[in-house]
Design a protein around this ligand. Structure first.
Ligand SMILES: [Cu+2]
Length: 225
């Protein structure tokens, strides 16, 4: 159990967005719930095997059926557990799907075969990746960023592992996701929906910096926030 938990913890990157923290907490809550259920069920099975094994002292097993109190308990406990997990999941999902407010920075993200194009608002820069040169975009931390996702050809998926959330870019649909990056750093993204021959080349990176550095970068690019 300890080994499995350690391995899983190593596989899930630490979230760098506020919304990703909700997803991460949910993940650990499910893990803890599953571990608790496993320990209780396996423990009771183990105890029963040892306690009621066939020995000359134990005699023949008792013969009974129907124990209303016990059946109510093992009906109620899993039901409450599932209702609780549903409620917490619905709350995190609502957070993840919440639209940004008026102060959010909106970045248009066009995914196409086989690269990415990022366009900033108000005459800001447009950054288009080349096959051998994935785009790097700069974004501010501590502020809501709405990524508006479109695709002119097939379905792609906007995915940065450290964000813990991905969203599809679907032809004919304007999909969006609002995220708040809360840790500076450079995060690599990758198309997460197989979209053709060069799908694996659909990479990009996001450099998250504080608002001052972002404004300076934007000025350098010839646009305003
Ligand atoms: Cu793709």
């Amino acid at each position: 159990m300890v080994v499995v938990t350690a391995v899983l913890a190593g596989c899930a990157p630490a979230p760098v967005t506020v919304q990703g923290q909700g997803v991460s907490s949910l993940y650990w809550l499910f893990m803890a719930g599953a571990a608790l259920v496993f320990v209780v069920v396996a423990g009771l099975i183990g105890w029963s095997i040892v306690r009621y094994r066939a020995t000359p002292d134990n005699g023949p097993p008792s013969d009974f059926h129907t124990n209303v109190r016990l059946e109510l308990v093992w009906w109620a406990l899993p039901t409450l557990l599932v209702i609780g997990l549903f409620a917490v999941s619905a709350r995190v999902l609502a957070d993840v799907d919440r639209h940004g407010d008026a102060s959010a920075l909106t970045v248009q993200v066009e995914a196409f075969q086989w690269q990415w194009r990022f366009s900033y608002p108000d005459g800001g820069p447009t950054i288009t990746g080349q096959l051998d040169q994935p785009p790097q975009v700069v974004l501010p931390i501590g502020r809501e960023i709405t990524f508006e996702l479109t695709s002119p050809d097939v379905i792609h998926s906007f995915y940065v592992p450290e964000f813990l959330i991905k969203r599809d870019a679907v032809p004919g649909i304007r999909n969006a996701i609002t995220l708040t990056i809360d840790r500076p750093g450079t995060y690599t993204g990758q198309c997460a929906e197989f979209c053709g021959l060069l799908h694996s080349d659909m990479r990009f990176s996001i450099r998250a910096v504080d608002q001052g550095a972002f404004d300076a970068w934007l000025r350098q690019q010839g646009g305003g926030s």
